[in-house]
Design a protein around this ligand. Structure first.
Ligand code: PMP
Length: 407
């Protein structure tokens, strides 16, 4: 007997809320839990650019024969352009001048890219002597980071990203981490729209961190899942570009699932940056070998859709307009909450300085439970709010519900 010997694992507490919200008969229920973008009507529609690309694919796709463990190479080149800035030829002046090069492979979403990155770090033969490779995680962070990294065999060490309420960056803790870490340790940085706090680094902080990471010989892994949800496609990539410009090598795990609304199609890429072609080719070969052993090859459809959008100037413009509309709604929602008469009492005025889909309430389990029981407002168990689930027309319900739950 095998199965019966397993301990019964609880459902992921966040994903379990999906069913709970659906089963809640209260018509005014508000789902601010799982990180999915919703429009003012509460829908997560397929983007028009995606629909158009899918129509083209259905009409024109000539074959579905295997592409190999690295997936769609043209998709990866377009993602490198988006992240590193027309980088196919390294046209961004700063990156070009330092001779930056990149390679990449398609992954099973951002999670798959993180998993592959973790495996690359874990198989690293020389950096750590006998023990497992270490990755430093700034907490709070996305709930799946630790399971993915631990599952790949990495040793996890944590430090604080923010103060205890999740309202202000603890940059001193980042500096201290750089002091305490051993050369060769990896460190995870979220590229923009930090999950769950919405608190990103300033340009100056990116530059300082990049220098510390390079000086100490740490290995940076960037998780970039929300490019375009903060200030704009270019602006949101600025920090990552500063980093890769200043460090010898980096890994970037990219997710297209939020930015193209492709969630269940599982689209992502793992990029590697460096200065020389030969080590990058080895990195790529190792990543392909690991991918082959994990799942053989990534699913094609979603990446083919993204490639089709990015190959066409017209579809790219349409997609970028749709992404602008999503970002604008998020910024408006943040402003509406911060301007609410109860905002300062609840510590919500700082929301306008934060970026992306999420903020943290800094409230305990009791408040989260009362929000659900008394106001039918569902937030994640750690108090994370998906602002993209909040229609502007319901901002007042949210803030007054929160005030009641906090009393
Ligand atoms: N990183 C962060 C910070 C995320 O929030 C998410 C999605 N919640 C991911 C990575 C991975 O997303 P996916 O696997 O759906 O691309």
């Amino acid at each position: 007997m095998l199965f019966d010997r397993f301990d019964l694992q609880p459902d992921d507490p966040l994903l379990a809320l999906i069913g709970e919200v659906r089963a809640d008969p209260r018509r005014h229920r508000l789902d601010l839990s799982v990180g999915v973008y919703r429009d003012e009507e509460g829908q997560t529609p397929v983007m028009q650019a995606v629909k158009a690309a899918e129509a083209q694919l259905v009409a024109g796709q000539a074959s579905k024969a295997y592409l190999g463990p690295a997936g769609d190479a043209d998709f990866c080149a377009h993602i490198a352009d988006l992240v590193l800035g027309a980088h196919a030829g390294c046209q961004v002046a700063g990156l070009q001048s330092v001779g930056l090069q990149s390679v990449g492979l398609q992954s099973v979403g951002g999670t798959g890219a993180l998993r592959l990155a973790a495996r690359l770090l874990a198989v690293n033969p020389r950096a750590h002597g006998a023990g497992p490779a270490t990755i430093w995680l700034a907490t709070p962070t996305w709930g799946n980071h630790a399971p993915v990294f631990a599952g790949a065999g990495l040793h996890i060490r944590t430090f604080a990203h923010t103060d205890a309420m999740g309202r202000a960056l603890d940059f001193a803790a980042w500096m201290e981490m750089a002091e305490r870490a051993e050369p060769g340790d990896a460190v995870l940085l979220q590229g923009c729209g930090h999950n769950p706090t919405g608190i990103d680094f300033t340009a100056q902080q990116w530059a300082t961190l990049a220098t510390c990471i390079a000086d100490k010989g740490l290995f940076p892994l960037v998780d970039l899942a929300y490019q375009g949800f903060g200030l704009g496609l270019e602006e949101d990539a600025a920090g990552v570009r500063t980093l890769v410009e200043r460090v010898p090598e980096a890994l970037i795990a990219v997710s297209c699932n939020k930015t193209f609304g492709l969630y269940r199609d599982r689209v992502g890429a793992l990029l590697m940056t460096g200065r020389q072609a030969a080590p990058l080719a080895k990195g790529m070969a190792m990543a392909k070998a690991l991918a082959r052993g994990e799942y053989s090859m990534p699913p094609d459809h979603g990446a083919a859709v993204v490639r089709t959008v990015l190959e066409s100037a017209e579809l790219t413009a349409l997609w970028s307009d749709e992404l602008d509309a999503m970002r604008t709604r998020l910024i408006q929602t943040r402003a509406a909450i911060a301007e609410h008469p109860l905002a300062s009492e609840l510590g919500l005025t700082g929301l306008v300085d934060q970026k992306g889909m999420f903020c943290l309430l800094g409230a305990g389990h009791r408040v989260v439970q009362r929000l659900k029981d008394e106001s039918a407002i569902y937030v994640a168990p750690d108090g994370r709010v998906n602002l993209a689930g909040l229609p502007l027309a319901r901002v007042d319900d949210f803030v007054t519900g929160l005030a009641a739950a906090c009393r």
